[in-house]
Ligand binder design. Structure first.
Ligand code: TXA
Ligand code: MG
Length: 316
């Protein structure tokens, strides 16, 4: 049930230069007026986010693209028509009204229209585009529920509750040049999906260098050590460990188990990923072991999150 009164209160906070958390279909966002640099600075402060990491600007009306960018080709409208509102962020050359703090000084801005009634209503009522990163502390697990936001950012006064995010992982980020697209961050909208609209894709190896600022090796990490089962070479003490299982096979002996999808459905696994990791972070197990999922389609994005989550614990 949508609480329009709460959305109005949140919109007033945004208009006054404040920050609110709101649900989207991917993950919860921490939003401020994208055109107000001081308001956007508060997001960086609350998230403890480094300033080199640009924010995504959320819109509710496609026409706003004309104000935020300096180039609007037909293909952008084709992509928007097919995938918006939805989990696709399109990076485009920015206009002067977008403050540098939003884009980390880049000449481009990432834009998306979220597929959430609450988010769209909030943007409309605020009467401005909303810059929002995921509403987690920098480097930590992404939030797919209002409680996850409260856990990481308890000082935040306004969190709109829209229940569990249906997609569960962040939007696919692409840049588009000369009718070719380039995936900068994998998500639920896959290369195959995008090729149906724009047949030519430019491959970027996301494992080499920073194709997109903010794509660090370490990200999305729970507060306790997590390892990829495939890569772990030591002896596992199952009694002290939790298992993040893909389909529920070979789960016996572990202290705690979370199963992403009994049917082995990658979409369902993506939707459950961060919720499961939040529960395992809170469990009494000392370590988390994560099974790999098939790295095809949506599985590419899931494996990307798991690799980044475990990266900083590799050397421990
Ligand atoms: O699903 C999502 O995208 C969520 C919800 C809240 O919309 N937001 C999100 O934001 O994941 P965040 O800040 O956690 O990730 C934004 C990432 C940046 O780290 C960067 O990799 C990419 O989007 N990005 C944003 N603007 C960009 C730009 N101008 N050029 C290249 N990459 C950009
Ligand atoms: Mg994030």
């Amino acid at each position: 049930m949508i609480n329009f009164k709460e959305i109005e209160i949140a919109a007033e906070i945004i208009k006054d230069g404040g920050v609110v958390a709101f649900p989207t279909e991917t993950v919860y966002g921490l939003g401020a007026n994208a055109l107000n640099p001081l308001a956007v600075a508060k997001i960086f402060e609350l998230k403890q986010r480094p300033s080199f990491d640009p924010l995504i600007v959320h819109i509710s009306d496609i026409e706003v693209i004309k104000e935020l960018t300096i180039e609007q080709s037909d293909v952008i409208y084709k992509l928007a028509d097919k995938f918006w509102p939805g989990p696709l962020t399109i990076v485009l050359p920015k206009s002067n009204i977008v403050p540098d703090i939003v884009t980390s000084g880049l000449g481009t801005v990432g834009i998306r229209m979220p597929n959430s009634e609450i988010a769209l209503e909030l943007i409309k009522k605020s009467n401005c585009p909303i810059a929002a990163p995921s509403a987690n502390k920098f480097g930590q697990l992404s939030p797919t529920k209002a409680e996850h936001v409260k856990k990481q950012i308890p000082s935040l006064n306004c969190i709109l509750d829209g229940g569990m995010s249906k997609v569960g992982i962040e939007s696919t980020v692409i840049s588009v040049r000369n009718n070719e697209f380039m995936i900068l961050r994998h998500g639920i909208i896959t290369e195959e999906d995008l090729k149906k609209v724009l047949p030519v894709s430019k491959y970027v190896d996301l494992s080499k260098g920073l194709a997109s600022p903010g794509l660090l090796d370490s990200h999305y990490s729970p507060l306790k050590p997590i390892y990829l089962l495939d890569e772990f070479t030591g002896k596992i003490d199952k009694k002290k460990s939790a298992l993040l299982s893909f389909k529920g096979c070979s789960i016996s002996g572990y202290k705690d188990v979370e199963i992403l999808s009994m049917q082995g459905d990658l979409k369902e696994a993506a939707a459950n990923l961060f919720g499961a990791l939040h529960r395992l972070e809170e469990s009494t197990a000392d370590f988390i072991f994560a099974e790999s999922v098939p790295a095809i389609g949506i599985g590419i994005a899931i494996m990307d999150k798991l690799k980044k989550a475990s990266h900083k614990y590799k050397s421990i």
